[in-house]
Design a protein around this ligand. Structure first.
Ligand SMILES: Cc1ncc(COP(=O)(O)O)c(C=O)c1O
Length: 300
């Protein structure tokens, strides 16, 4: 078989497979444990978080690992909606989003009485930023427009849309599942408040995604009760980490999968300039810490 569908998913990159081996064979610690085995696991996760953050031009505290891109999309849509309940009840998205976005919006309409404006696209799948401008209302809680379309590959003018959303004080989420690993993606250049990435589009196994959330964004968690012993930094960023507190086996698999995102990124980014390594280094040495607002972590 000649496989030509890397937008649907990629095979696991050999370097990813090799990097997993120590954690399958020796380093089995629970990252929530305070003993040495746990510290080894936790250190590896924090390194992974720093590398994902550097790839996106973000601070590590803004990166949350999820079980999939669909989970990250659901967190953006439902998490923002829940945080604005009683205040804002309108969402703006496009007609050609991934089902994880469209179905989450439809759920809000059905169950919570939200109104959703699905902005039309032109013949090449492009969103007109002026349509987004017209769609935003005083009660709009979120704009969610994807960076790159999964069927036709259209790149949306996210920076322009971000400017419009910011002027109206509405947070912007972009699903960058089809962009990260193929295009350099910087959350500051794009001006987004939330961003979804997916491991299996760039050499990692299925079952791991990441979510970027800008400090200050109002976002409720979707998963409660997992906060007993999650990794401290993840817990600060969001309570949406209940997976960490599952069984011993669950923790190990989750941990392994988390490690795969930066490795997958590295395997795919080598064709770009600057390389991911240079980008990580540049971010560490040049970027002043961005502390734009106080991150409001809801008690859950
Ligand atoms: C644009 C887009 N968003 C979200 C997803 C969902 O990612 P996952 O398969 O990790 O749930 C995909 C995967 O096909 C995608 O292409």
């Amino acid at each position: 078989m000649i496989y030509l569908d890397h937008n649907a998913t990629t095979p696991i990159a050999p370097e990813v497979r090799d990097a997993m081996r120590p954690y399958l064979e020796r380093e089995f610690g629970n990252p929530s444990s305070s003993h040495e085995a746990g510290v080894v696991a936790r250190t590896a996760i924090e390194r992974a978080r720093e590398e994902v953050a550097a790839l996106l031009g973000a601070e590590p505290e803004g990166v949350i690992f999820t079980g999939s891109g669909s989970e990250a999309d659901n967190l953006a849509i439902k998490g923002v909606a829940l945080a604005h309940l009683g205040e804002r009840d309108h969402m703006v998205t496009s007609a050609i989003e991934h089902p994880a976005v469209l179905a989450a919006c439809a759920y809000l309409e059905r169950r919570l009485g939200f109104r959703v404006t699905r902005v039309r696209v032109d013949g090449s799948g492009l969103v007109d930023p002026d349509d987004v401008r017209r769609a935003i209302e005083p009660r709009t809680a979120l704009v969610s427009i994807m960076r790159a379309n999964n069927e036709v590959g259209t790149l949306q003018p996210i920076a322009e849309i971000a400017q419009i959303a910011r002027e109206r004080d509405v947070p912007l989420h972009t699903d960058a599942a089809q962009a990260v690993g193929k295009l350099l993606t910087d959350v500051e250049e794009l001006g987004v408040d939330m961003l979804t990435i997916v491991g299996h589009k760039m050499g990692a196994p299925k079952g791991i995604g990441a979510f970027y959330v800008r400090t200050g964004t109002r976002l409720d968690p979707l998963i409660h009760g997992g906060g007993a012993k999650p990794l401290p930094v993840i817990a600060q960023a969001s309570r949406n980490v209940a997976k960490l507190d599952r069984s011993w086996r669950g923790n190990v698999w989750w941990f392994l999968l988390v490690l795969m995102i930066p490795l997958g990124i590295m395997s795919l980014q080598t064709q770009h300039r600057p390389t991911i390594k240079e980008r990580i280094e540049r971010t560490r040495t040049e970027r002043a810490p961005r502390k734009r607002q106080i991150y409001r972590v809801p008690r859950g």
